[in-house]
Design a protein around this ligand. Structure first.
Ligand code: TMP
Length: 241
């Protein structure tokens, strides 16, 4: 497998082509942004931790029958993934209230929700990723009805797995963001894509409530790199520097 040209550079990742048109390399940067790119910085070795953690969680999801884009780790900040056309909808799952749920709807932070809440945001930096409904998604053709149905069902199954995985390492999975894509090699079959990491999840220590995720950077709490390392340590991941 040969690494070829850069296909796309986002805020936290870069995608490179390979000699196989259906496989791409996903490179994780140490760069961090918040508030739609207004706040910028870096978190030391974040790319390594996020890559390792995403590899581990995607593998685990595959093992329990939840298909995703992951193919294999390539070491350091890189992993090989199947090429997808990303559905332009971010799926946010909330188990406890935090972040924009607190800000927008005034819910008390940390309140356990009676059931997982699934929200959709239209992926558009220009518009600041606005909250949308199922009707917007179907009306504007961002996903077909059957695709969306599959995305929601899969999301609930992913949530059950992730809640357990994090609970085992004394971490409360507060909320997180998922992205799905259509496999270019497989007639547009929908799979989980992107990443699952402390950039895209809120992870709180079960005992102390300490935030072990990107909120440390967003809210200037300090110790972001150490928090990411702590999650990696609890997951038994060896972070090479
Ligand atoms: P929110 O509370 O700011 O709406 O975020 C919900 C979850 O989604 C939280 O775990 C962080 C994650 N998230 C992203 O991964 N990317 C984003 O651009 C935003 C706004 C949130």
């Amino acid at each position: 497998m040969e690494k070829r040209e850069k296909l796309y550079e986002g805020k936290a990742k870069v995608l490179f082509a390979t000699d196989d048109p259906d496989l791409v390399i996903q490179y994780f940067k140490d760069d961090a942004t918040a508030f739609n790119g207004e706040k910028k910085g870096t978190i030391a070795d974040k790319g390594v931790v996020n890559n390792l953690m995403s590899c581990r969680l995607m593998q685990l999801l595959q093992r329990v029958g939840l298909p995703n884009h992951f193919v294999k780790p390539l070491g350091g900040r890189e992993q090989l993934v199947r090429r997808v056309e990303i559905v332009p909808v971010e799926v946010v799952v909330r188990n406890y209230s935090a972040g924009s749920l607190v800000r927008r709807l005034g819910r008390p932070e940390g309140e356990q929700l009676a059931r997982p809440l699934v929200e959709f945001y239209y992926k558009s930096d220009a518009l600041g990723d606005p909250l949308v409904t199922v009707d917007h998604i179907e009306l504007f053709g961002w996903a077909e009805d059957d695709e969306l149905e599959q995305i929601v069902e899969t999301t609930h199954r992913i949530n059950d797995v992730l809640l357990t995985v994090f609970a085992q390492i004394d971490i409360q999975l507060v909320d997180y963001k998922l992205e799905f894509g259509r496999l270019t090699a497989d007639r547009g079959v929908i799979v989980l894509a992107d990443e699952i990491s402390p950039d895209t999840c809120r992870l709180w220590d079960i005992h102390t409530g300490q935030k072990l995720d990107k909120d440390r950077f967003r809210l200037d709490l300090g110790g972001a790199a150490e928090a990411y390392q702590e999650v990696a340590r609890r997951m038994g991941l060896a972070v090479e520097r």
